[in-house]
Design a protein around this ligand. Structure first.
Ligand code: UGA
Length: 442
């Protein structure tokens, strides 16, 4: 089939490339000329495992352009995969979706199906169809379907080629059949429902996962107070298949471009309908507080943070991506900078992006060892494999005072047992911390 995809971010580009991998002719459209030029050289503008290889492999079936006419005029199906960032009030900003809709409306010359992959508030697809009706040339019909994506950054290609489910929201049988054809070579459970339910499935899924994380984080905080171990607690809970063992990893809080914005958007949307979603509100509050817990812990080790050298390991919101959106590092590092700490940061791929926001005041290190050298405290914000694999003795070898506050539980407690390293993780006892409890010791 001839497919156009609007937007070449995580959702749009990965969708386009994976559809090409499944034999479709795909044109990826973006307003950003520089990005298009890069992709035309076979280079991915985003860091995503396996993406560039698939771009190369399917280059005969892939085309990248800023020319709306070329992309939309002949397409059978047009996917919209642009961002829906949060507005100041927490609601979803649909300006990119509607500007793509304008471009499509101006350029389609035959009936087509527009498929919304972007996460949009419930009812948006219905409104978009009317929007098209009012704008396209006489005699042309644009049918709108909802087809939310469930890809996670870092595993986006795998999640798209082997999806957990395919959700098609449409009120028209023939539209459902067209989308079934698009996905005919994918093997996944398929649910055909109405557009509003499809839109709701996306928000309900993301917000449930965010809720699950905030829940386990609160249990972890309580574990710290009563001497229980969150890793064992989560393992014990996970044996119950009704609970499941995924997304029970306690930490410094969820970040990224999806959970923070989608929780706020659903909460705002419910409020707009005069309904308060108390569970989601709590998930958001717990997460905001969770992100600041490591600083609170640091203040228990040092009465004054001022002037300390702090090692920061991991800047991105999770491993496998160079994305910093809503990363805990973005909340914590400015606080440390305000305290006039010397920050030595390491991240395998996120430093360049971080440098764009904070060009000064941070020493960006090429190795973990360099980041640890002569520091008074280490904070781990991202569970990169390189950090998990590190020989923990290096903390005492390189640091001036080996105190490690781990926001991601990268290590087993036993690894620190016979060392002089104070290891304070999430929801577990502090190793070698006996003399520092009551804290304020340094
Ligand atoms: C998330 C969802 O997982 C995808 O299913 C969804 O399609 C996507 O949003 C989206 O809406 O586009 P993503 O934001 O890429 O994907 O990342 P996740 O792997 O879900 O992680 C989100 C955050 O939660 C990260 O900061 C991660 O460290 C944190 N997390 C995750 C935990 O703290 N604990 C866990 O057990 C799992």
């Amino acid at each position: 089939m001839k497919i156009a995809v609007a937007g070449t971010g995580y959702v749009g580009l990965v969708t386009g490339v994976c559809l090409a991998e499944n034999g479709h002719e795909v044109t990826c459209v973006d307003v950003d000329e520089a990005k298009i030029a890069l992709m035309n050289q076979g280079i991915s503008p985003i860091y995503e495992d396996g993406l560039e290889e698939l771009m190369q492999k399917n280059k005969q079936r892939l085309c990248y352009t800023t020319d709306y006419m070329q992309a939309y005029s002949t397409a059978d199906v047009i996917f919209i995969g642009v961002g829906t960032p949060e507005k100041r009030d927490g609601s979803a900003n649909l300006k990119y979706v509607y500007s793509v809709a304008d471009q499509i409306a101006e350029n389609v010359v035959k009936d087509c199906v527009v498929v919304v992959k972007s996460t949009v508030p419930i009812g948006t697809n219905d409104r978009l169809e009317v929007y098209f009706e009012e704008r396209v040339r006489a005699g042309i019909r644009v049918f709108v379907a909802s087809n939310p994506e469930f890809l996670a950054q870092g595993t986006a290609v795998k999640d798209t080629l082997y999806p957990s489910r395919i959700i098609i929201g449409t009120e028209e049988d023939f539209v459902a059949n067209i989308l079934k054809k698009v996905y005919q070579d994918f093997s996944a459970p398929l649910l055909i429902t109405n557009r509003k339910s499809a839109e709701m499935i996306k928000y309900a899924s993301n917000d449930f996962l965010a809720l699950k994380i905030s829940y386990i984080n609160e249990i972890a905080n309580l574990c710290e107070l009563v001497g229980a171990d969150i890793e064992d607690v989560a393992t014990g809970m996970g044996f119950d298949s009704r609970i499941g063992n995924k997304f029970l990893h306690a930490g410094i809080g969820y970040g990224g471009s999806c959970f923070p914005k989608d929780t706020k958007a659903l909460h705002w949307f419910a409020n707009f309908h005069d309904y308060e979603m108390k569970t989601i509100k709590a998930a958001i509050e717990v997460n905001d507080n969770q992100k600041l817990r490591m600083i609170k812990k640091a203040r228990k080790f040092y009465r004054e943070l001022k002037g300390l050298t702090i090692s920061v390991l991991g800047l991105t919101f999770k491993p496998g991506t160079d994305d910093l959106r809503e990363a805990p590092s973005l909340v914590n590092i400015p606080i440390l900078m305000d305290e006039e700490c010397k920050i030595q940061a390491w991240d395998p791929v996120g430093s360049e992006n971080f440098k764009k926001r904070f060009p000064e005041g941070i020493v960006y290190c090429d190795t973990i060892e360099e980041a640890l050298t002569n520091s008074d405290l280490c904070m781990i914000f991202t569970d990169w494999e390189e950090i998990k694999r590190l020989d923990v003795h290096k903390y005492s070898e390189y640091m001036r005072k080996p105190i490690v506050i781990d926001g991601r539980n990268c290590y087993h407690l036993e690894q620190f047992e016979d060392t002089d390293i104070i290891y304070d993780s999430v929801g577990r006892r502090i190793v070698n911390g006996a003399h520092s409890i009551g804290y304020g010791v340094m």
